[in-house]
Design a protein around this ligand. Structure first.
Ligand code: ZN
Length: 311
């Protein structure tokens, strides 16, 4: 059996891009590590936020569709995205969210306290304190190394066929089943970030893709050859897998798992410093070679965005 290290990135559909940057960079303090376009729809941005490098296990990414149709959160999607903060940072985040008028609630799942809230488009998020996971060195507007989000804690999956999804995670993708409580089954992988997946045991209503919903969740593979092994292995397990797509910062294959959720397997390499220096990540619009000649038109279509401090 093969094993994924855990989550590589999570991608959601949101509305206005500046509103997206203001929330994830200015309030949550993540680094905008890449400003590029959706390679399948170059008239729209693809924005990536993460730790200082956008390391695998830290990158939340967005397709902003300003004025796009709203989706509906439900089964067949990631229902909640969890971020890890350092031990002792919860009080800081409570007051920071309050300062920016982000409504939050407190919850407990598998014995862990969390702060739960939504981004401006309705994406469900939470913060949990954990010891593990490398400290992010990216500091922004009051978020310091001892409070900064380290990366993903994990995700809650809402499946239309939870038994199939849990079987896939445990028997095919190499997650360990570590607990069951209050309607969730918990799985864990070996990485120290992006390593916890909770599956909701009982299906409810089907989701619909659109603004305010998660589009897909990507899991980590090492490199090109590991990815080809995964492709064959997933196909041998009955999944319909796409050909390898060059995403410039990683290579990807996609499949819709039996519970309706779009899964991707993305390589850890080459990473975001492949087309701009690490100190300048996210500052300029970076285009893959096939779209470079469209740059003048794209720069006119895409709404300008800036990373700025907010009061
Ligand atoms: Zn992706």
């Amino acid at each position: 059996m093969k094993k994924t290290a855990g989550i590589h990135h999570i991608t959601a559909i949101v509305g206005n891009p500046q509103q997206n940057v203001d929330f994830y960079a200015s309030i949550l303090g993540l680094r905008l590590v890449k400003k590029t376009v959706n390679f399948d729809d170059p008239g729209t941005y693809h924005l990536y936020f993460g730790d200082e490098d956008g390391s695998p296990g830290t990158a939340i990414t967005f397709f902003p569709w300003d004025e796009g149709h709203r989706g509906k959160v439900g089964d067949g999607q990631v229902g909640l995205t969890s971020f890890v903060i350092p031990k002792g940072a919860m009080a800081f985040w409570e007051s920071r969210l309050a300062q920016f008028k982000v409504v939050f609630s407190k919850a407990v799942r598998f014995g862990e306290q969390s702060l739960q809230f939504h981004d401006p488009d309705g994406i469900a998020l939470e913060l949990v304190e954990r010891e593990e996971g490398k400290t992010s060195t990216w500091q922004f507007a009051g978020v310091t190394a001892d409070t900064a989000i380290k990366g993903f804690g994990g995700a809650v999956l809402r499946s239309i066929q939870p038994q199939q999804t849990t079987r896939l995670l445990e028997k095919v993708m190499g997650f360990a089943r570590i607990g069951e409580e209050d309607g969730y089954i918990r799985f864990q992988s070996e990485a120290d970030l992006g390593n916890v997946i909770d599956v909701v045991k009982t299906p409810s209503e089907r989701g619909r893709m659109g603004v305010g919903t998660v589009h897909h969740i990507a899991f980590r593979v090492e490199d090109d050859s590991d990815q080809l092994e995964w492709k064959q292995y997933l196909e041998a397990n009955g999944l319909g897998v796409t050909p390898v797509q060059d995403r410039n910062y990683f290579y990807s294959i996609y499949f819709r798992e039996f519970g309706g959720i779009l899964f991707e397997m993305a390589t850890d390499v080459p990473g975001f410093a492949i087309d701009e220096p690490k100190e300048k990540l996210g500052e300029n619009l970076m285009l893959p070679p096939q779209y470079e000649e469209l740059r003048p038109q794209l720069e006119k279509i895409l709404l300008p965005i800036t990373v700025r401090t907010r009061d």
